[in-house]
Design a protein around this ligand. Structure first.
Ligand code: SF4
Ligand code: SF4
Length: 405
C-alpha cells in the first residue's frame, strides 16, 4: 500500500499567484496533450496547475518545466474550463523574477509600477554623478570642432565603461546565486537518467543551436507570429552586442596603446562611415537597431491587438516594462545618431542621456525583469538536454514522486 503523503500548502503563495480561472482546473489534461513542446513523460502544464492549487511553492520554483514553456498559449486556448494554464506559468516566471532573484528588494522595485520613477532615477543619478566627477557635466552642451561628440559629456573610459562593467558584474553575481539554486533544484526534481541525455558541453551547444534557429519556438501554434518578432529581437541583440564589444575594444586599444584603427582623428567614436572597420560596424549597428525596432514594434502590436490576452495570454506589467525599455533603447539609439548628424546639441545630448538610462535599466535590472527568461530558459533547456528530459520513459521516473503527481 502506498504511503500517505502530507502536503504543506503555502497559503501566501496561493494567494499571490492564484486567479479565479486557475481554480477552475479539473485536471482533465487537455493542456498537456495540446502543448506542442511538452515531453512525453511527466508533461506540463497539467501538473503545475495542481501544484499551484495546492500551494507547492518550493516545487514550482525548482520546476524546469516552468521555463521550458515558451508561452505560446495553445494550452489556454484549448482548456475546456478556461483555466488559462499558460498564464499560470507566466505568473510563476514573474513570481520568480520578483521574489527569487538576488537582491530581493530590487526584484520588488523593478516589478512594482509605483516604483518606476525610483528605478529610472538610479541610473539617471549615477550617470549625472559620474559626469560631474569627470567635470564634463555642463549646461553648455560641448561641441568639438563644431560637432557633437557624446564622449565629451559622457566619456567612455571614466563614465560609460565603469558604469556598465559594474552593472554587468552585479548581474553576473545575481545570476550566479539564483542559477545555482535553480540548477540544484532542477537536479533534485529531474535527476539525470543514466545513459540518457548529453554531456554538459554538448547540451550547451545544442541549446545555442535551438535558440538561434527557434526550432522549438516554431512548434508553437497559437502565437506563431511571436516567433518572427522574437527572432528579430534575438538577432538584433547579437548584432548590437558585437558592435558594442568591438567598439569598446577599439577604444581601449586607442587609450592604452594609442592605436586608432578606425580614424586618423583623436577618437574612435563617432565611427566614420568611410573606414574599413568603422563602416561595417556602423552598418551592423544600424541594421541591429532597425531589426530591434521591427521586433519590438511587432511584439507591442501583437499585444495591443489582443487586449484580452486570448491569443498571447494575459498582459502584465512585466511584459510592458520590457517592451517599452527595449523600444526606448531602439528609438533613442537611432535618434542619437540622427540628431548628432544634424548637430542639434541640447536635444541630441538629452536623447543620448535617456538612451544610456534605458540601456542601464535593461542590463542592470536583467535578473529582475522578464528579460531574465533568456538566462533561466536557456538554463532549463540545457538542463533538459543534459538529463535526458525528452528521452525519459515512464520506467525512468518510476517511484520519483517529486516530478509526478
Ligand atoms: S488547465 Fe484546463 S486543460 Fe489543463 S488540466 Fe486543467 S482544466 Fe484541463
Ligand atoms: S503556453 Fe504553450 S508551451 Fe507553455 S504550457 Fe501552454 S502550450 Fe505549452
Amino acid at each position: 500500500m502506498a504511503k500517505a503523503k502530507f502536503i504543506e500548502p503555502d497559503l501566501d503563495f496561493i494567494h499571490e499567484i492564484s486567479s479565479a480561472e486557475m481554480q477552475k482546473c479539473y485536471q482533465c489534461s487537455t493542456c498537456t496533450v495540446v502543448c506542442p513542446i511538452s515531453p512525453e513523460v511527466n508533461p506540463f502544464p497539467r501538473k503545475e496547475m495542481i501544484w499551484a492549487q495546492w500551494g507547492l511553492k518550493d516545487r514550482l520554483l525548482a520546476d524546469p518545466d516552468v521555463w521550458l514553456c515558451h508561452n505560446c498559449n495553445d494550452c489556454s486556448v484549448n482548456c475546456p474550463r478556461g483555466a488559462n494554464p499558460g498564464d499560470l506559468l507566466a505568473t510563476l516566471r514573474n513570481y520568480f523574477y520578483t521574489k527569487n532573484a538576488w537582491p530581493a528588494f530590487l526584484g520588488k522595485a523593478v516589478n512594482t509600477p509605483s516604483m518606476l520613477p525610483f528605478i529610472i532615477a538610479i541610473p539617471a543619478v549615477l550617470i549625472l554623478l559620474l559626469a560631474a566627477i569627470n567635470g564634463t557635466l555642463t549646461p553648455l552642451f560641448p561641441l568639438e570642432d563644431g560637432h557633437i561628440r557624446y564622449g565629451a559629456m559622457f566619456p567612455g573610459m571614466t563614465l560609460i565603461d565603469p558604469l556598465f562593467v559594474s552593472a554587468t558584474l552585479f548581474v553576473i553575481m545575481s545570476f550566479s546565486i539564483s542559477i545555482s539554486k535553480l540548477w540544484s533544484g532542477m537536479n533534485n526534481m529531474t535527476p539525470r537518467v543514466p545513459n540518457k541525455g548529453m554531456p554538459l558541453v554538448q547540451a550547451i551547444i545544442a541549446t545555442i543551436q535551438e535558440i538561434l534557429t527557434h526550432s522549438r519556438f516554431d512548434e508553437c501554434g497559437q502565437a506563431k507570429t511571436r516567433s518572427s518578432a522574437h527572432k528579430a529581437l534575438v538577432f538584433s541583440f547579437i548584432a548590437l552586442a558585437i558592435v558594442t564589444g568591438v567598439v569598446a575594444g577599439l577604444e581601449w586599444l586607442d587609450i592604452l596603446f594609442d592605436i586608432n584603427l578606425v580614424s586618423s582623428g583623436h577618437h574612435v567614436t563617432p565611427l566614420p562611415f568611410l573606414s574599413i572597420i568603422g563602416g561595417p560596424l556602423k552598418l551592423l549597428a544600424n541594421a541591429g537597431a532597425l531589426l530591434l525596432i521591427y521586433g519590438v514594434y511587432t511584439a507591442i502590436m501583437n499585444r495591443k491587438n489582443d487586449p484580452e490576452g486570448e491569443t498571447f495570454g494575459k498582459q502584465t506589467y512585466q511584459d510592458w516594462f520590457l517592451l517599452y525599455t527595449i523600444l526606448t533603447i531602439a528609438l533613442t539609439g537611432l535618434g542619437s545618431e540622427l540628431l548628432r548628424l544634424v548637430n542639434i546639441a541640447p536635444i541630441a545630448y538629452s536623447v543620448y542621456f535617456i538612451h544610456l538610462i534605458a540601456v542601464f535599466m535593461l542590463i542592470a535590472y536583467l535578473p529582475f525583469s522578464k528579460f531574465a527568461h533568456i538566462v533561466y530558459r536557456t538554463t532549463a533547456i540545457i538542463h533538459s538536454k543534459h538529463v535526458g528530459r525528452y528521452e525519459m520513459t515512464a520506467e525512468d521516473v518510476k517511484g520519483k514522486e517529486a516530478i509526478m503527481l
